[in-house]
Design a protein around this ligand. Structure first.
Ligand SMILES: NC(=O)c1ccc[n+]([C@@H]2O[C@H](COP(=O)([O-])OP(=O)(O)OC[C@H]3O[C@@H](n4cnc5c(N)ncnc54)[C@H](OP(=O)(O)O)[C@@H]3O)[C@@H](O)[C@H]2O)c1
Length: 246
């Protein structure tokens, strides 16, 4: 119960890594604010957390690409639970495609969710964290934010951006009481790949023999980062499956 009395806000909490992270943070004692667009999935998760723990749970249907919705989300969390002590900037989309397919709407969606979503999250929580001289921001990048492979150019560009933002935040906020952790997962079994429309990419995924990580594996690394002593700032965590090829 190391996080007793803290409040954690998780974006993209309706599935995958966000859902597992919310459950693990709640089990560590934090009140949780669950944000994503699919209300019914958030309600189902809220019930599960309430059955498993006695922390407070708030669900707020939120589109992270809308600045005013992110501001309203944090305002509601602060009003109902007092403060947002931990922000997990997790919402993301991975619409892999080859550049020659010219899927410009999907490029725009990735930029909006993966980059603007993280910036709007930062914008909404930072004033409160600076005032309290206490807070922790977790940004979910990817191993695709460390290397680029065919079909990942735009997705990787957004995840490199997340990592660059994490590095900047960590340096600028180091003495402010606000800690920053960039988490870069390798392949994790979630719904992330379900939205890919480029069939050349989905065919390649179908032939892949890799056994991916589970969302819980990433959730545990997030709990690790946010439960360190106050003088410890875990800035970068890379978590890959053991059986990858390179
Ligand atoms: N799975 C992997 O292999 C892997 C590897 C490296 C990094 N990551 C990163 O991990 C993060 C979580 O992905 P996941 O693997 O858990 O995939 P996922 O199960 O598809 O979860 C993505 C989450 O993002 C939310 N989301 C998407 N667009 C949104 C929007 N406009 N506003 C609010 N929420 C939005 C979705 O909720 P709604 O649809 O309900 O809004 C969902 O909860 C992403 O940033 C992803 O890039 C994943």
């Amino acid at each position: 119960m190391q996080l007793k009395g803290k409040t954690a806000l998780i974006t993209g909490a309706s599935s995958g890594i966000g859902e597992a992270t919310a459950r693990h943070l709640a089990k560590a004692g934090a009140h949780v604010v669950l944000a994503a667009r699919r209300k019914e999935r958030l309600a189902r998760l809220a019930k599960r957390i309430q059955d498993e723990t006695d922390v407070q749970v708030l669900t707020v249907a939120t589109d992270v690409t809308k600045r005013e919705q992110m501001e309203a989300l944090v305002r509601q969390a602060e009003e109902e639970l007092g403060s947002v002590d931990i922000l997990v900037n997790n919402a993301g989309v991975m619409l892999l495609s080859f550049l020659e397919k010219d899927k410009v709407d999907e490029w725009e969606q990735m930029v909006d969710v993966n980059i603007k979503g993280v910036l709007f999250g930062l914008h909404a929580v930072l004033p409160g964290m600076l005032k309290r001289r206490d807070g922790h921001i977790i940004n979910i990048s990817s191993v695709a934010g460390h290397e680029v492979f065919p079909s990942s150019s735009v997705y990787s560009a957004t995840k490199y951006a997340v990592r660059a933002l994490s590095m900047g935040m960590e340096k600028e906020l180091a003495r402010s009481g606000v800690r920053v952790t960039n988490i870069s997962p390798g392949a994790v079994a979630t719904e992330l790949t379900h939205h890919i429309t480029d069939t050349d990419v989905t065919d390649r995924f179908a032939k892949q023999s890799l056994t991916p990580l589970e969302s819980e594996d990433i959730a545990r690394s997030i709990v690790y980062a946010v439960t360190q002593p106050e003088n410890v700032n875990v800035n970068e965590v890379i978590v890959r499956p053991t059986n990858r090829r390179s």
